[in-house]
Design a protein around this ligand. Structure first.
Ligand code: SAJ
Length: 417
């Protein structure tokens, strides 16, 4: 079996490597020369648990090769980004570009699978584009079931930090343009997926992916709203959530400084954009979560103003615990806003960063290690629940003014109201 994976990012590269491990001949295609060179030398350009060993193994065995050029294959997997523009309108240009690339080598019997998070209807647009570019091939859904090629949508749903495990163990939703397309894609996923593979239509699968991330966003927004209420009431929100979750049908998520990453803070907008009148809840959840970041910035600023000249340590920059991914991170937004205002009073602790990101350029903030932060800072702001911060014992922070946005230090004495 020959497989081409287009887009070698956080999803494409692990997927390509796992397929290559099954013995299939995998070509990874990416538009960035340095990514292609890195992979062909057996190395990785992204951090993900166990990915480096897997990639070096399959490259050495010759089952994974990267290139900037496409080549014929039996199965094409599209895993390119789908960003949104300033008005939150999804941009599927990279998906259509990938489809155009595939069209140049497509032959009867091939299967094309879109994995990128996409607005509902995108897989049909891919089909329509291929029909235009390759009038010699019968595309599915337009000519009965007697198509020359199969096209399906199968969203990835892996969690960064657990990608290699979840790629294999998670259930997969496989949406075909036709039932026959879904069955062909199913045969492919059965090669490496241990979870259940459930088939449906392409449109239902597209909406399922957006629904999953909107569900999580709405639930985090509920937790974030609770944290604002609890602050007003002088109640510990973590205790309230802990107690409420003892109810058999209540399961509240955790408040934080906002929602980051490239999925949960983005995908709900695809639904809002597609159905603006029907999405007051999903839109409000987005606004609550983004608003929480502004609220934390104001809280930290007030704390710094109340204690002039005291250095502050901002703990964490990653968008969530124990990863090195700073994309759309609320921690970066908070720390950079504080650094712009309070300059060299600001110390940043991020064990996963070798240097401060560009957002801190010219601010005077410094990157320091945990011990230096504890020794030099009178104020500590927890922005990320990295294990290394969680394990700082009470005696090392009892004399600090603490703002713990992640609830990692329940034993920290609360200031009197
Ligand atoms: N967060 C909270 N409170 C919580 C949970 C998360 O504030 O209780 C924050 C995190 O700190 C982070 C953000 O939300 O800033 C997102 O983190 P996450 O762990 O919820 O999700 P991601 O972005 O790492 O991955 C999500 C997952 N989707 C769901 O859980 C429904 C993953 O399964 C998807 O594959 C991924 O999005 C994706 O690529 O779409």
């Amino acid at each position: 079996l020959k497989v081409a994976v287009l887009g070698l990012g956080y999803i494409g590269l692990p997927t390509a490597a796992i397929i290559a491990r099954t013995g299939a001949q995998v070509l990874g295609v990416d538009v960035t020369a340095s990514v292609v060179d890195t992979i062909n030398s057996g190395k990785v350009h992204i951090e993900e648990v166990d990915l480096d060993g897997l990639v070096s193994g399959v490259v050495a065995r010759g089952t994974l090769r990267a290139s900037m050029a496409i080549a014929p294959a039996d199965v094409f997997v599209i895993a390119v980004p789908t960003p949104f523009d300033a008005d939150h309108a999804p941009d599927i240009a990279y998906v259509l570009q990938a489809a155009t690339t595939i069209a140049s080598v497509l032959k009867p019997g091939d299967t094309i699978i879109l994995e990128s998070t996409s607005p509902v209807g995108t897989t049909e647009k891919v089909r329509d584009l291929l029909a235009t570019l390759r009038p010699d091939l019968k595309v599915p859904g337009r000519t009965g079931d007697q198509a020359d090629i199969a096209i399906a949508y199968c969203p990835e749903r892996v969690l960064p930090g657990r990608i290699l495990v979840e790629l294999i163990d998670n259930d997969r939703v496989i949406g075909g343009i036709t039932p026959r397309c879904a069955r062909k894609a199913l045969t492919f996923y059965r090669r490496f997926v241990r979870g259940a593979c459930v088939t449906t239509t392409a449109r239902a699968a597209e909406m399922t992916k957006l629904t999953e991330n909107a569900f999580r966003d709405v639930n985090i927004a509920f937790a974030n709203e609770l944290s604002l209420i609890a602050d007003t009431m002088g109640v510990d929100v973590w205790e309230v959530i802990h107690l409420a979750n003892r109810h058999p049908r209540v399961n509240i998520l955790s408040p934080g400084p906002g929602v980051g990453g490239h999925c949960i803070a983005v995908d709900p907008w695809f639904l809002v954009h597609a159905a603006p009148e029907q999405t007051p809840l999903i839109r409000t959840a987005r606004e609550v979560n983004d608003g929480k970041t502004d609220h934390v910035i104001a809280q930290v600023a007030a704390l710094l103003e109340a204690t002039p000249d005291t250095p502050v340590a901002c703990l964490g920059l990653a968008f969530k615990a124990n990863i090195d991914d700073f994309r759309e991170s609320p921690a970066v937004k908070v720390a950079a806003a504080i650094a712009r205002r309070f300059g060299d009073r600001v110390r940043i602790v991020e064990p996963h960063a070798a240097a401060l990101p560009a957002a801190f350029d010219g601010t005077g903030a410094a990157l320091v290690d945990v011990d230096t932060a504890i020794e030099t800072c009178g104020i500590m702001v927890v922005l990320v629940d990295h294990d290394v911060f969680r394990s700082i014992p009470l005696e090392e922070r009892i004399d600090k003014a603490v703002l713990d946005t992640r609830g990692i230090w329940p034993d920290q004495p609360r200031p009197a109201r």
